[in-house]
Ligand binder design. Structure first.
Ligand SMILES: [Zn+2]
Ligand SMILES: [Zn+2]
Ligand SMILES: [Zn+2]
Length: 143
């Protein structure tokens, strides 16, 4: 019998047109454990027992292409990845939200509620496709 977590992972991969492999599921588990938080490739590597760097790179790339995870730059310009919410699909990402990087604990959090308002910031006729905005400061648990 598959656990609920296992079933969820199977569904998530299938919904995004990804074949399920043990490795993809392992990487997905890390994102599920860090829901709402963006993690660095280094911390993903730390969480994996046994892995091949090329395979991990390809896995992250395919997750990103298929709308399962999105890129979030932290304040140091280091790239991180976070799980997309269900609005993202194989065809398009809808992650035009900002991120918050805590200088104290180093966590980068998705600010999911902040999006639509960006349309008001650009001149009329301009169309936003992607947003990379990262605030830095101190998060709730550190302040
Ligand atoms: Zn997305
Ligand atoms: Zn913090
Ligand atoms: Zn995010």
């Amino acid at each position: 019998m598959l656990s609920t977590q296992e079933k969820m992972k199977d569904h998530m991969l299938a919904d995004h047109g990804l074949r399920k492999t043990a490795f993809r599921k392992e990487v997905l588990s890390i994102f599920l454990a860090n829901k709402g938080k963006a993690v660095t490739t280094a911390s993903i590597e730390d969480s994996l027992k046994d892995f091949d760097r090329i395979t991990l790179y390809r896995t992250l790339k395919s997750f990103e292409e298929k709308g399962l995870i999105h890129l979030a730059m932290d304040i140091n310009g280091q790239s991180r990845y976070a799980l997309c919410d269900h609005n993202c699909s194989v065809d398009k990402h809808q992650d035009t939200h900002a991120h918050f990087h805590c200088d104290s604990c180093g966590h980068t959090t998705c600010l999911d509620e902040m999006h639509e308002s960006y349309e008001a910031l650009v001149p009329q006729g301009y169309k936003i496709k992607d947003v990379q905005i990262t605030f830095s400061g101190v998060c709730q648990s550190c302040s």
